[in-house]
Design a protein around this ligand. Structure first.
Ligand code: ZN
Length: 349
């Protein structure tokens, strides 16, 4: 008997565009057609049921001069200047638009939930434009208008570094995310502008002071697109119980990050990590957030994921494991896509 069709997944985070942008030898169109070295390409997406997701645009860091200063000693000045950030942000968005042109039956850039549902039903990967680190946005927020018009529907103020808007949490283990001050004035204005344009504000990578500033300011549900449970893995990137309670209060959502360093109790980044650690994080997220607040945020192409999954083609292994642990089909479908679509409906409406 052939395998049943995989559960369709709408995933909260991947770094495919960064991988394509950094690849020197092959064009993005060739890589998307099939590249065994990466986590996501069209054949693997189809094999594993990856039906859509937030495609992150990430302006790569410039090499820092001298030893890195602790975040608390840094002024709120960008570590990456506007110009290089604009070049890489526009470049990565262009890759996504070119893939849509090159693969009209394979990928669609989606700007509404209706477009996502239509693309998923038609077997096209439903790609939502997301930015992880707003370094390309100028203080007047003119760029935000242009990005929104291009299709941007989700934005994380920061990656794990400081910019003009906020402080990203540095990668530390063990540590809470309570490192550094909250949003700058420009950051507060950016959150309000995103609310006005109905751009989702993503809290993953933001430090704790910034998290609470956004929670007090925003009129949208709180979302961490790719973060895990601090009580199970004491990484600075993970969420404390208080943060999870605030997300629940807002009818928000957390996407489970597959990065082993944010899953394992020892904080190690290693592929030989048992899938049951993912089940334990999901159990804890469901306990804190309820069944409607939990989804996936794989970090494919941006992290070392458990080898039992290995790439987008391995998504069914996660569902098989969860089924074996007693998760029913309705809950699996919520985690796989329905909760993300519901959250985006609440945020973009
Ligand atoms: Zn990230």
């Amino acid at each position: 008997m052939p395998d049943p069709a995989p559960i369709p997944v709408f995933d909260g985070h991947n770094d495919m565009l960064l991988r394509f942008a950094l690849h020197r030898e092959r064009r993005p169109e060739e890589l998307f057609a099939g590249d065994p070295k990466g986590h996501i390409d069209l054949p693997r997406a189809r094999a594993g049921g990856l039906a859509g997701g937030l495609f992150a645009v990430f302006p790569p860091p410039l090499r820092e001069e001298g030893p890195a200063k602790p975040i608390t000693e840094r002024p709120p000045t960008p570590e990456l200047a506007l110009d290089p950030a604009r070049t890489s942000t526009v470049g990565m968005l262009s890759i996504l638009l070119r893939l849509e042109r090159a693969f009209p039956d394979g990928l669609a850039v989606c700007r509404t939930v209706a477009e996502i549902r239509a693309a998923m039903a038609a077997g096209r990967v439903a790609a939502v434009m997301h930015i992880e680190g707003a370094e390309a946005v100028d203080p007047d927020l003119a760029m935000l208008d242009v990005l929104h018009a291009a299709g941007l529907r989700s934005l994380g103020l920061v990656w794990s570094r400081t910019n003009a808007f906020a402080h990203g949490v540095p990668f530390r283990f063990p540590s809470t995310g309570d490192i550094g001050p909250g949003l700058t004035e420009a950051g507060r204005a950016l959150v309000k502008a995103c609310n006005g344009l109905k751009i989702m504000v993503d809290l993953s990578h933001l430090n704790e002071a910034g998290f609470w500033d956004v929670a007090a300011l925003t009129d949208a549900p709180l979302v961490a697109s790719h973060s895990n449970v601090h009580a199970l893995c004491a990484s600075s990137r993970n969420l404390t119980d208080r943060q999870l309670d605030a997300i629940r209060e807002s009818r928000g959502l957390v996407g489970l990050n597959f990065a082993t360093a944010f899953l394992r109790p020892d904080g190690a980044m290693r592929a030989d990590t048992d899938l049951d650690v993912m089940r334990r994080h999901l159990d804890a997220l469901i306990e804190r957030l309820g069944e409607d607040g939990v989804a996936l945020g794989s970090d494919f192409d941006g992290a070392v994921v458990p080898s039992a999954i290995g790439s987008a083609a391995g998504l069914p292994a996660l569902f098989a494991h969860l089924r074996g642990a007693g998760y029913g089909e309705p809950l699996l479908r919520k985690i796989a896509s329905e909760n993300w679509l519901g959250l985006l409906e609440r945020t973009w409406a």
